[in-house]
Every structure is written in structure tokens, then in C-alpha cells.
Design a protein around this ligand. Structure first.
Ligand code: MN
Ligand code: MN
Length: 316
């Protein structure tokens, strides 16, 4: 393969100019082959409180202009090793949830044909279900590493089964996830009753609660996560509300008492070597953001995930 086409050179074209692709990477139509695509899915028809995550992809792209090509902590230049592209935003029907979910699965399958991987920017958390369906079609049932303040394993809202609070229950019911390898990180806040956690456990999930962060530290969380995931194919789903509202105010259902951006990024960096086959970053709602705080956190999450998914040179 030819040398990958990297981000626009910021010493030639200032970061605040040019096309607004993720990390100023080339568009899908500008290259012939790619190893990893970043796709926007501007769907927020599944939210239960503040709407607005449909504007997440454009906001995260804008906030990603400051990302630089070399990651000194992971010691890797992902865009030199892989051809990464921006696949634009999927046109999803805002009035037809089932149609939107089908379109998302179909596009995810298109973009992962030939072994490429996908990092998706939402959108609300409803989109994790069709993305998991696609991941399972490619890899079989996947382990899910889920960062969120919320379980998202509830059954229905207003009798509707497809919402941003239900994707992982649907995924478990459909058998597209490997429940023996699933773990939630950052769960907190009041729930409806003690049945919520019980039912989540019955589905097979483990919980690392936000209140455990101080004692475990990011290393302790990373150790428990990696022990749980093992060598399974892993899908990483990051709801930006896993961060404390101080670090991510721009989201639909904020919960006080969350992780810092430093803790989240450190856990994500520890995933280098884990078989991450796909990932999403969801629930960025820019109308409630200030000074791009949430957007920049989400852009950094996507960048660290891409770095974690970058193949390492094999040492002799
Ligand atoms: Mn959440
Ligand atoms: Mn969520």
C-alpha cells in the first residue's frame, strides 16, 4: 500500500482553515483504500431528556482541528501507520427510528468490508445498537467496553424499545454481544429502583462505578477492564456523560460525580494491544457546551481510540 495520506500540514494551512474533516484527515473520496474510517451519525431521535446530539458530529470535527499527529504517551503516529479517513455524516431519517437503525448498520457494513475498522461519532446512544449488529456480523458477538454514567440496559421508554437508554439490552437479547466480556465504567447517579442493577447483572454486565474511581485509580480500572475483556473482539462505546459535567457539560443527561478527562483518556490509552474492532463516541450535544470543552474531550477520546487501534510494529 502507498504511504497513507495524513492530516493537512498545520505549518502550511492554519488549523482554523481548510476543510473541517476529523483531525483534518482526508475525505473518503480522496483516497483509494483505507484502514479506518471516522463516520458521523447525526441521529438523536432516541433521547429522553435534552435533545441536540444530532449536532455532535459537526461539533466534534470542529473541536478536532487542534489534534496533532504524534501521540507521545502511546508513542505512535497513527496516521503514518494506517490510512484514516473521514467518511462524512450519514443521512439518517429523523422520523423513522427503525429505518435509521437499518441505514446505520448498512453503512457500517459498507465501511468495514475488506477489514477496515470504524470509529463513529454520534448522535445519541441509540446508534450503538445498529453498530453492534454490524460489528457482530463481521466478528461474531463482541465484548462491549461501555463508558457511561448510565447503564443503558433499560427495557423501554414510553413503550418504545429503541432509545438511547436501551441499546445494550437489545444487543444482549439479539445475541450480538458476548455478555461474558461486557463491562460498564463510570456508572453513577440515582436509578429507578434496585432492580435496574439486578437486571443489568442478569444480562451479564459487570459494573465499575464512578465511586470506585478514587480507590482504584485509572490503573486499577484498566486492569479490571482488560481482565474482563480478555482476547475477545471488543467494541468500545463511550458516552461522553461518563465524564463529570465539569469536563463535559455539553450532553443530554449529565450526572455529577463523573470521571475526569485525564482518567478516561488514561484508561483508553491502556487499550493498546486489546483487540478493539470498533468504537463510538456519543451524546455530545453542542448547544449545552461552553468553549468547546465537551467537543475537545470527545475529539481526544476518538483520537486515543484510533491510537489504541493502530497496529504496533512487531518487535524482534
Ligand atoms: Mn449516559
Ligand atoms: Mn449512554
Amino acid at each position: 500500500m502507498n504511504h497513507p495520506v495524513g492530516p493537512i500540514d498545520a505549518s502550511v494551512v492554519p488549523r482554523y482553515s481548510g476543510w473541517s474533516t476529523f483531525a483534518r484527515l482526508p475525505r473518503l473520496d480522496e483516497v483509494t483504500n483505507f484502514d479506518l474510517a471516522v463516520l458521523g451519525v447525526p441521529f438523536d431521535g432516541g433521547v429522553t431528556y435534552r435533545p441536540g446530539a444530532r449536532f455532535g458530529p459537526a461539533h466534534v470535527r470542529q473541536s478536532s482541528r487542534l489534534l496533532r499527529p504524534y501521540n507521545p504517551v502511546q508513542q505512535i503516529a497513527p496516521f503514518d501507520v494506517m490510512q484514516v479517513v473521514d467518511a462524512g455524516d450519514l443521512a439518517v431519517n429523523p422520523f423513522d427510528t427503525s429505518g435509521a437503525l437499518a441505514a446505520i448498520t448498512s453503512r457500517a457494513l459498507d465501511l468495514t468490508s475488506g477489514g477496515s475498522r470504524l470509529v463513529t461519532i454520534g448522535g445519541d446512544h441509540t446508534i450503538a445498537l445498529p453498530l453492534l449488529r454490524a460489528a457482530a456480523e463481521r466478528h461474531g458477538p463482541v465484548a462491549v467496553l461501555h463508558f457511561d454514567a448510565h447503564l443503558d440496559t433499560w427495557d423501554t421508554y414510553f413503550d418504545e424499545p429503541y432509545t438511547h437508554g436501551t441499546p445494550f439490552r437489545r444487543a444482549a437479547e439479539e445475541g450480538v454481544i458476548d455478555s461474558t466480556g461486557c463491562v460498564h465504567v463510570g456508572i453513577r447517579g440515582p436509578v429507578y429502583s434496585d432492580r435496574d442493577r439486578y437486571e443489568d447483572q442478569v444480562l451479564g454486565f459487570q459494573i465499575i462505578g464512578a465511586e470506585e474511581t478514587e480507590d482504584l485509580g485509572w490503573r486499577g480500572i484498566a486492569e479490571r477492564v482488560k481482565a474482563r475483556l480478555g482476547d475477545r473482539p471488543v467494541y468500545v462505546s463511550v458516552d461522553i456523560d461518563v465524564l463529570d459535567p465539569a469536563f463535559a457539560p455539553g450532553t443530554g443527561t449529565p450526572e455529577p460525580g463523573g470521571l475526569t478527562s485525564r482518567e478516561l483518556l488514561a484508561v483508553l490509552r491502556s487499550l493498546a494491544g486489546v483487540n478493539v474492532v470498533g468504537a463510538d463516541i456519543v451524546e455530545v450535544a453542542p448547544a449545552y457546551d461552553h468553549a468547546e470543552i465537551t467537543g475537545m474531550a470527545a475529539a481526544s477520546v476518538a483520537y486515543e481510540l484510533i491510537c489504541a487501534m493502530t497496529p504496533r510494529p512487531v518487535s524482534d
